[in-house]
Write a protein that binds this ligand. Structure first.
Ligand code: NAP
Length: 297
């Protein structure tokens, strides 16, 4: 049986740039959303729209049939599932039969650890990281890449469909996070190319907006060029996707690539460029399109 608004409440832990928009789509689809995030003040708007505040991740899980997490780092994921110091997290209070869905970009091994801990308690866990950026979250058009079992995937599919457009189960626990690392490896090389190319256009005295318009309709087109390239040209470096989160992702991807014995030199170069950017004042808190500023010196 799939989830339905009448029969199932959804918990949501971590309501930042991505999570808040994603939760709004669940509410628009009719689901009750039990919400907890580290800084309550940041979601007063969501609470006034009908989300129900819970005091911690364990309280969210106690009242929810599906729990979605969208926090920042793997250590945040560990805290919310296992509790700080190994006690009091989602796993300690989850309802019988609940499905736990981590949509944070995190490590495949942690996804496997959560799935095993969930199974030991008779629960199901999925790893379901996303791609599509702040725009995809707002528009409900995310790509959602899932690892875990088919029955749990089928059960929560209506929730994924409320938040995303391109949705697939890729394999057992960890397969979603591995797929996300493939995605981030594509982006790593691509965004460096976009930043380099648009600084080229600028220094060559071209009209950058016109350049974007024409090449964005050709073989180079895509989110990194058309959306983030446009922000670079406009001088808009506000975060849709934080530089510090991308460095986290590239670190996970590098560890996995090294473990597979790969030659991942584009990934490693991108990581070192973003680490340089992070050392600039305010660099960590920029959006990833801020890489432009490193080349535009
Ligand atoms: P964000 O704006 O920093 O949101 C994360 C939220 O989780 C914040 O509100 C944070 O609270 C909260 N949080 C962190 N640790 C927590 C904890 N232990 N307990 C409760 N709440 C906690 O980041 P985001 O851009 O939404 O990204 C979320 C995840 O999605 C990251 O893993 C990121 O790599 C990934 N992602 C992001 C994008 C994007 O374009 N933004 C795209 C795909 C994937 P505070 O407000 O107190 O910090």
């Amino acid at each position: 049986m799939t989830v339905t608004p009448g029969n199932h409440a959804v918990g949501f832990v971590g309501l930042g740039i991505m999570g808040k928009s994603m939760a709004r789509h669940l509410m628009a689809a009719g689901f009750t959303v039990n919400a907890y995030t580290r800084t309550r003040a940041k979601i007063e708007d969501l609470l006034s729209e009908g989300a129900v505040w819970k005091d911690d991740p364990a309280a969210v899980a106690a009242d929810s049939d599906v729990v979605i997490t969208m926090v920042g780092y793997p250590h945040d994921v560990e805290d919310v599932y296992f509790g700080k110091d190994g006690d009091g997290g989602i796993l300690s209070t989850a309802k019988a039969g609940a499905v736990l869905v981590d949509m944070t970009t995190s490590s495949p091994s942690l996804a496997q650890r959560i799935a095993a801990a969930a199974e030991a308690k008779g629960l199901k866990a999925l790893d379901a990281p996303v791609s599509g950026g702040d725009v995809g979250a707002r528009n409900g058009t995310l790509a959602i890449m899932v690892g875990g079992d088919q029955e749990a995937f089928d059960h929560v599919l209506p929730l994924f469909e409320a938040m995303g457009k391109s949705i697939a189960l890729l394999g057992p626990a960890g397969a979603g996070q591995h797929t996300k690392m493939v995605n981030q490896t594509v982006i790593a090389g691509t965004i460096m190319g976009v930043a380099e190319a648009l600084v080229y256009a600028k220094k060559a005295g071209l009209d950058c907006k016109k350049v974007l318009d024409v090449i964005g309709g050709g073989a180079a087109g895509g989110f990194q060029l058309n959306v983030l390239g446009a922000r670079m040209v406009d001088g808009d470096f506000d975060p849709g996707f934080f530089v510090h989160h991308f460095i986290k992702d590239l670190g996970i991807a590098e560890t996995e690539a090294d473990g597979l014995g790969l030659d991942a030199r584009a990934l490693k170069l991108a990581k070192s460029q973003f680490e340089r950017l992070a050392q600039e004042p305010g660099g960590k808190e920029l959006g990833t399109q801020g890489l432009f500023t490193l080349y535009d010196k």
